[in-house]
Design a binder for this molecule. Structure first.
Ligand code: MRU
Length: 381
């Protein structure tokens, strides 16, 4: 996507042909700067400290992290240590495991002398595939938005989103935001309610910045506002991303997503989840019991970072000193609260049959796949 008119991806190979550049997301929205990763440890630390974040981008960064590791040591031991280190950086996004498995498969059987080159090549393909996947998600999601807009006879379409599932969370386009960008580019009158997304404020800092760069009308709201807006008919649909989706359609996403889904359900507002197939964990069927929920440093809850009047980034403490704080990073929205999943292969109901119909090659599914969804209005409440 464009930043001040120049096209960027969130991660790219630097002009030296081996180091990796990523947008430093801890500096946005006040500064747009690239961080340079030159070692495996740089990549692992960027994921851990959320210089990069968002499930698909975590996977892409891990892929390049492995390439960097193999560039300095292409032995079996180095490959295995690097995979283990990266796997431990963030536990919830399943794309991380998927990307590491894909990289390992591409290089493990090769002679050591060929591994680094093959790893860079595989990482580049993984990134290009992510862009194509998100573009396809955008097109399928656009179909749903057009149908929704037709249904309400041409008024402004108010879409609520949580966290950041835009281009910064992927290599480009984003998942939840891709249909919104395409709708806006098509001339559809869209407006986005942006949940601030405490504690790290990915909505206020990243989603709002992305939307502003693309000229999409939007309004930042406190996280607790969505229910009120829905009760008053001010939200036409919600679209969010996901870090891990079970084979039965349960969706794990940024903490607070579940509460938005409950409010949407209570108010008859369609709740859509946009995802690439790489976010589906085919090995599990119960999101609440089986998805590991990351718990992060409590200081992310008790401290807030922003810019002061002099333009410097400052961090201040909220709450009384000594109060305990808990920082659960994700929650699970049960499939019954999800109106539809929007994948790169099309939309489908959030259930085992819906997913299996789109991904028949996925192992472990039991049950009779139902017909693929053909009519967008089938996916409205
Ligand atoms: O903790 P984060 O910022 O990595 O969480 C990101 C999200 O929750 C996104 O919604 C999810 O990764 C989907 S990104 C396309």
């Amino acid at each position: 996507m464009n930043v001040d008119g120049t096209p960027y991806r969130s991660i790219t190979l630097a002009s030296d042909g081996w180091s990796v550049e990523v947008v430093d997301q801890t500096k946005l929205p006040h500064e747009f700067i690239m961080a340079r990763l030159t070692t495996l440890d740089d990549a692992a630390s960027a994921i851990r400290t959320m210089v990069v974040r968002g499930a698909p981008l975590i996977g892409a960064t891990a892929a390049y992290g492995l390439a960097l590791a193999l560039r300095s040591d292409s032995s079996d031991a180095s490959l295995s240590t690097a995979c283990d280190l990266l796997l431990q950086t963030r536990p919830t996004a399943v794309n991380l495991r998927w990307a590491i498995d894909a990289m390992r498969e591409a290089v493990a059987a090769l002679p050591e002398t060929e591994r680094a080159t093959a790893a860079y090549r595989r990482a580049a393909v993984l990134c290009d595939d992510d862009v194509a996947t998100n573009r396809a998600i955008g097109k399928h999601g656009l179909g749903l938005l057009l149908a929704l807009h037709d249904k309400q006879r041409g008024d402004r379409l108010n879409i609520l989103t949580h966290c950041n599932a835009g281009w910064l969370a992927t290599v480009d386009w984003g998942t939840a935001l891709a249909p919104i960008y395409m709708a806006h580019d098509d001339g559809l009158p869209v407006h986005v309610w942006v949940d601030e997304t405490r504690p790290r404020n990915q909505g206020a800092n990243l989603t709002a910045w992305e939307l502003a760069q693309h000229g999409v009308p939007h309004t930042i709201i406190a996280d607790n506002t969505g229910g009120h807006l829905m009760q008053h008919g001010l939200v036409d649909c919600c679209i969010v991303g996901t870090d891990r989706t079970t084979a039965s359609g349960d969706v794990c996403n940024k903490i607070g997503t579940y509460l938005k889904a409950l409010a949407a359900h209570d108010n008859g507002v369609p709740f859509y989840v946009a995802l690439p197939g790489t976010t589906i964990d085919w090995s599990i069927t119960d999101g609440v019991d089986q998805i590991p929920i990351e718990e992060r440093d409590a200081r992310e809850v008790t401290q807030v970072t922003g810019r002061d009047d002099q333009g410097s980034q400052v961090t201040v403490t909220i709450g009384p000193a000594g109060s305990a704080a808990a920082n659960y990073a994700f929650d699970v929205t049960p499939a019954r609260l999800v109106t539809a999943l929007i994948t790169e292969r099309g939309p489908c109901p959030a259930n085992a049959d819906g997913l299996a119909a789109l991904y028949p090659e996925a192992a472990g599914h039991t049950g009779q796949p139902q017909e693929r969804i053909r009519n967008e209005t089938d996916l409205m409440p």
